[in-house]
Design a protein around this ligand. Structure first.
Ligand code: PLP
Length: 397
């Protein structure tokens, strides 16, 4: 017999099915790679965050395997009790070397890094958080966990942000933005945000999850892209995308900020530390990135090829420079049907609808990797062309 709770949940699940919003996970049967196997079919992967193609890199795998043999599965403890291993200290040093920051502290994910940051630095109603409306869900939840006053400015609307900063009365102030926005693929105007933050005595926090290893001449992210690196800018980022694609996140900031988080941040105080294999695998990924700049060049070449291909097909997209290339198709069921049709053509690209993106702006989110070959992208564009012919909603103006 179903309990009341189960009846409520079952009705909601049915509603998701009825409205075409029910998510069905596809089974990846080989490693995450630009060409892989899904649901018994060889496919071109166009939806992973494996931007540099390092998720399955031999050097990364070897480093992780050695760590597993040397240090075992995990820490069986949080950092401050007996879970700080040599690997955590080495990884944090490597992140500092890579980013060029004074200090770094790691979390089990970037979700945790964000949730560990905001409620800790701005805990009270005397504090204030200013956040872009399209920031990632982890930032939204982190803000919900803080008692600070909340100011949500329209996406990239600096005039609105300035008005909010001008009128808010607060002690600790955080302006927070994604570096690269995960659903739009556009880039925050970091120089202008930095200027505003400085002018109104706020700390700037940038979530670099989709920018680390992607933007900037050497892949150091949004600040490098704009030439505005500043030790006082607080960065959060993930090890789960360009840097090997496993899991883990970090805050890169000044020694004072990191020391304070180590003392007070609840996800780090009360949740296990990263497994050694993840630490050493991620360090190897950072090393590959630093020693093989050609990967970034290839990524940029691939992004340019795919973006111009999408434009030539007349599909509705958001122009930009990043490997996140949305194709806007309108309603959620259209995105889901197009995802299925593309999979039948041998291309996996994920459809996103409401509430992940606004109503009427459902999309296919294409993501490009340095691991793609020209033929992979030609193949994907040919599939998009064929499928889009059946879905005129995806056509631009
Ligand atoms: C902007 C942004 N922040 C944070 C995260 C969460 O990262 P993680 O998978 O390390 O928790 C994501 C992941 O999708 C993201 O896109």
């Amino acid at each position: 017999m179903q309990t009341t709770l189960e009846q409520t949940l079952a009705a909601e699940l049915q509603e998701l099915r009825n409205t075409g919003q029910y998510k069905q996970a596809n089974e990846l049967q080989k490693p995450q790679a630009p060409r892989t196997r899904m649901d018994g079919q060889d496919i071109v992967m166009l939806s992973s965050n494996n931007y540099l193609g390092l998720a399955n890199h031999p050097q990364v795998i070897a480093a992780a395997r050695n760590a597993l043999e040397k240090y075992g599965m995990g820490t069986a403890s949080v950092r401050f009790i007996c879970g700080t291993m040599t690997c955590h200290l080495e990884l944090e040093k490597k992140i500092c070397e890579f980013i060029g920051c004074e200090a770094a502290t790691t979390f089990i994910s970037c979700w945790d890094a964000n949730v560990g940051l905001m409620p800790t630095l701005t805990p009270t109603a005397e504090d204030a958080i200013f956040s872009d409306a399209l920031n990632h869900a982890s930032i939204i939840d982190a803000i919900r966990l803080s008692k600070a006053q909340r100011f949500i400015f329209k996406h990239r609307n600096l005039a609105e942000l300035e008005n909010m900063l001008k009128t808010a009365k607060a002690r600790n102030r955080l302006v927070i933005t994604d570096g690269v926005f995960s659903m739009e693929g556009d880039v925050a105007d970091l120089p202008a945000l930095k200027e505003l933050a400085n002018k109104y005595d706020a700390a700037l926090v940038v979530d670099e999850s989709h920018a680390t290893g992607v933007l900037g001449k050497t892949g150091r992210g949004t600040a490098e892209h704009f030439g505005v690196q500043d030790p006082n800018t607080i960065q959060t980022s993930t090890l789960g995308k360009a840097l090997g694609g496993s899991c883990g996140g970090y805050v890169a900031a000044t020694k004072i900020v990191c020391d304070y988080l180590i003392q007070k941040s609840r996800p780090q105080l009360f949740s296990n530390a990263l497994p050694p294999a993840v630490c050493y695998g991620s360090m190897a990924a950072i090393d590959v990135l630093m020693h093989e700049p050609q990967r970034l060049e290839k990524l940029r070449k691939n992004v340019a090829q795919f973006r111009s291909g999408v434009k030539e097909l007349g599909l509705k997209t958001i122009e930009g420079i990043t490997p996140i290339v949305p194709v806007i198709v309108g309603e959620t069921p259209t995105a889901i049907q197009m995802q299925k049709a593309l999979l039948a053509e041998g291309v996996f690209v994920s459809g996103f609808g409401y509430p992940v993106v606004p109503k009427g702006e459902a999309r296919l989110r294409c993501q490009i990797s340095a691991g793609h070959e020209k033929e992979d992208l030609d193949f994907a564009l040919a599939a998009l062309k064929k499928v889009a012919e059946k879905f005129p909603q995806a056509r631009g103006h």
